[in-house]
Design a protein around this ligand. Structure first.
Ligand code: BGC
Length: 240
């Protein structure tokens, strides 16, 4: 297929990744390949529902036309409502994020946890697979034979010295202790979680995954943060 045919093939999906520091978006072709430039804006501060919604509207205006949308959100969503979003304004809790995004985007829209979307973009679909994302917060997703086990929140679970995984491995502690020490903590976290889940494979993603350095065990794969966008197509798989 020529790039031109690919770009005009339908349906086209707007994939948005709402992060604690940036909101990113791109248009994907029906096979989940980028069909536009990536667009990015800083996450508004304070990151209230109204401010984030306006930022998403602005991003959408920068991109070509699309038919439907997938949004990755950095918190727990149950029945369309936000249960927690540790790195966004607390006014998000209780918000119907799906309704809000659908109204802002103006097309059929699905919303899922950001780490779940990252995971959908990378897992191979065999056995237990664990996905961890490192950005402003620490995200996690667990899969069994390619099916998501919902709402796993490793980030807010105790890790060491009375701190959670996010307290020790999020963006703030990374800046405080530097990449070397952060990598040491990360290896310890991977070993601890491997004992807990015995996954077939562990994927490490998110904006700070580019700072991960060897040695890593052979069953651990560092994946591109762009999977947080391209994985969005999988939310529409049953309708493809
Ligand atoms: C949230 C997760 C999210 C992760 C990465 C954590 O603070 O609780 O739901 O996936 O940050 O954004």
């Amino acid at each position: 297929m020529s790039p031109k045919t690919r770009a005009s093939a339908r349906p086209r999906t707007l994939a948005v990744d709402i992060g604690g520091s940036h909101i990113k978006a791109a248009i994907l072709d029906p096979r989940g390949r980028p069909a536009s430039e990536r667009a990015r804006v800083a996450t508004p501060d304070p990151s209230t529902p109204a401010a984030i919604t306006r930022a998403v509207e602005r991003l959408v205006r920068q991109l070509p036309d699309f038919d439907r949308a997938s949004v990755g959100f950095p918190g727990v969503i149950v029945d369309g409502r936000v249960l927690s979003a540790a790195n966004l304004h607390r006014a998000w809790v209780g918000q119907h994020v799906v309704r809000r995004m659908r109204a802002a985007i103006g097309r059929p829209t699905r919303v899922a946890n950001d780490a779940d979307i990252q995971g959908l973009g990378v897992v191979r679909g065999r056995g237990v697979e664990l996905v961890l994302t490192f950005g402003t917060g620490v995200g996690s997703a667990l899969f069994l034979d390619g099916r998501l086990v919902p709402n796993l929140e490793v980030g807010h679970h105790p890790f060491r010295n009375g701190d959670t995984y996010e307290d020790q491995l999020g963006d703030r502690p990374l800046r405080r202790v530097g990449p070397r020490h952060w990598n040491k903590r990360l290896r310890h976290a991977v070993a601890t979680l491997r004992r807990l889940f015995t996954p077939r494979r562990i994927y490490l993603g998110g904006g700070n995954a580019r700072l991960i350095r060897p040695p890593l065990p052979p069953d651990v794969t560092v994946v591109s943060n762009f999977a947080g966008i391209t994985g969005g197509i999988r939310l529409w798989e049953d309708d493809a």
